[in-house]
Design a protein around this ligand. Structure first.
Ligand code: PBG
Length: 325
């Protein structure tokens, strides 16, 4: 017998062989493109900490949505940025608020070609940048915030969202949203729960993108990066409350959580490759320190390999355009 007896390299010899035995593939339909739309803009505006991403005008958003749909992306995740913030975050459920107008534009533009998802939160709309209504001491009032989220959910569903995604990590938010949608006759609108959402530094560029006023962190609502078991608790609670799909966020630093959740549940699992994950790769690539294309593909493949069925990523359209449909 020749030595070595085992030669795993045999299956790595050509790209055809590697392709034949690849366990994980990227497909446009598994990618979700987040998009920002800002009220009162005449031209799209660059987001400096997210090179390549912009705050859209309503018009440029429609075009970006159409390009994403043409590339075959599985979904779009819409974030609105109001021209004025206010204490209650009223713009989040105002029928004429920027997100509602944009959701209606996009839903009309793409039809059923891709899935229109909207983020339920108040943080883009409040003066203080918190995710909800504040109590007398300045803390977020969990239960009062649930009533606001119910209004936001109905406004977004009325505007034409196919899926709504509560992201504030308030206790009971999925049940509150499900009940509100059903009472308003929107039983067909699905819920993608930001179920295991960590208190992460990797949302920094997003907060620039939405002109967030937040000072400090969200550590009393979002999960401690030190913990993985409570992710399961959050996910199972959300499913019990009516989540149709669950999400882990961020993605790349939490692949253990993605795997654990994917093994434990029977609903689709999504992972959100956040603004900070995007910015880190873009910044290193811009310096010539990383091969941009390889780093992006590897990061997305790793998230899928860990068990995420879909990946929310700012590179969705770009990558989808390069993939076979
Ligand atoms: C809340 C929300 C945030 C993100 C998505 N939805 C910010 C936060 O929780 O502070 C972060 C997304 C990213 O960093 O790409 N509206």
């Amino acid at each position: 017998m020749s030595f070595p007896a085992d030669r795993p390299r045999r299956l790595r010899r050509t790209s055809a062989l590697r392709g034949l035995v690849a366990e994980t593939r990227l497909h446009p339909a598994d990618l979700v493109q987040p998009l920002f739309v800002r009220e009162g803009l005449d031209e799209p505006r660059d987001i400096p900490s997210m090179p390549g991403q912009v705050q859209h005008t309503r018009d440029s958003l429609r075009k970006a949505a159409s390009a994403a749909a043409t590339a075959g992306v599985g979904g779009l995740l819409i974030f609105g940025i109001p021209a004025e913030k206010d204490p209650e975050g009223y713009g989040a459920w105002d029928p004429c608020g920027i997100a509602q107008l944009a959701i209606a534009d996009v839903a009309k533009e793409v039809g059923d070609a891709t899935v229109v998802i909207s983020d339920i939160n108040l943080d883009e709309y409040t003066e203080h940048g918190q995710v909800g209504v504040l109590d007398a001491t300045g803390d977020v009032d969990n239960d009062a915030t649930l009533r606001a989220y119910a209004e936001v959910a109905i406004a977004q569903a009325n505007a034409g969202a196919h899926v709504v995604a509560p992201s504030g990590m308030m206790d009971g938010q999925v049940a509150a949203v499900r009940q509100a949608l059903d009472r308003a006759g929107h039983h067909r609108v699905a819920i993608l729960a930001y179920a295991a959402k960590y208190d992460s530094a990797f949302y920094g560029p997003f907060r620039d993108a939405v002109e967030s006023r937040l000072t400090g962190t969200r550590s009393t609502a979002q999960q401690d990066p030190a913990n993985s078991r409570e992710a399961l608790r959050e996910v199972l609670l959300d499913i019990e409350e009516g989540a149709d799909m669950v999400m882990v966020k961020p993605a790349g630093l939490y692949l253990d959580v993605v795997r654990m959740v994917a093994d434990a549940v029977h609903v689709p699992v999504s992972a959100y490759q956040t603004s900070g994950e995007y910015a880190a790769i873009e910044a290193a690539a811009a310096q010539g320190w990383l091969n941009r294309d390889r780093a992006i593909r590897e990061s997305l493949t790793a998230i899928r390999r860990a068990g995420a069925g879909s990946v929310i990523t700012y590179w969705a359209t770009e990558i989808a355009e390069q993939l076979p449909g």
